[in-house]
Ligand binder design. Sequence first.
Ligand code: ATP
Length: 245
Amino acid sequence: MSYLSINNIEVIYDHVILVLKGVSLQVPQGKIVALLGANGAGKSTTLKSISNLLRAERGDVTKGSVEFKGERIDQKTPAELVKKGVIQVMEGRHCFGHLSIEENLLTGAYTRSQSRAELRESLDKVYAYFPRLKTRRTSQAGYTSGGEQQMCAIGRALMAKPEMILLDEPSMGLAPQIVEEIFEIVKDLNSKENVSFLLAEQNTMVALRYADFGYILENGRVVMEGEAEDLRTNEDVKEFYLGLS
Ligand code: ATP
C-alpha cells in the first residue's frame, strides 16, 4: 500500500484553464520526495490539490484521485486533513505578522486538541529543532527575517503533529546559508520524527541533495522521475534545471 498517492490528477482553474494534465506521483512513508520544475509548471497546484486548498482560488480537480494510507482524501476539508496528519506549508510562508512567533506556533495546534502540558511539550519540540525561534519567541513575526518566518511556518505545522508535510518552495527568497539550515532541519524532522515530505522546489540543486526521490513537472505533466541521486547526475537535468552543461 502506498502512503501518499496522487493518481492522474487533472486541475482546471476558472472552469477553462487546464493546468494539471494527469499528474501521478507517490510519496512512500518516511521519504522526502521533491517536486521540481520551472516557474508555472504546476508544483503549487499539485500540492494544493492534495491539501484541498484549490477551491479558494477557483480551481477544481476534474479527474483523478488522492489517497493517503489507502483512503481517498480528495473530498476532505483542509481541517480534516490536518487531523489526519497531512499539512501544507504554503509558499510565501503566511505567518501572522502581528502575532509573536510563539503565538503563531500556538495557532498550529488548534485543530488538534492538546492539553496545556502537551502544548508545552510541542512548543519545546519546535524550539529544539529551531533554536532561532526560541530566541525570537516574543518578537512580532512580521519583524523577523524571511528565514525565521519560514522556520515559523514549518514549526507551526509541526505543532499539529504531522505525518506528512507538503512544503511549498521553502528556499524562496532566502540566502543560501539559511536555505541549507532549513533543509538540514527538514532532513532531521524526516529521520527523527519520521515525517514524510513532498517538497515543491525551483531550487533543483538543493532539493535533490536532500530528497530521496524526485519528479520533474513541465506544463502540468510529469516529464521525468527517479532516485534523487540519478536525477542529479542525469545530463538532461543538469543542462535544463541545474544550468550546467
Ligand atoms: P511557482 O513556482 O511560480 O508557484 P508552480 O510550478 O508552483 O510555479 P503553479 O503556481 O501551480 O506553478 O501554477 C501553474 C499554472 O497555473 C501557471 O500557469 C499559473 O499561472 C496558473 N495558475 C495558478 N493559480 C491560478 C489561478 N488561481 N487562476 C488561474 N491560473 C492559475
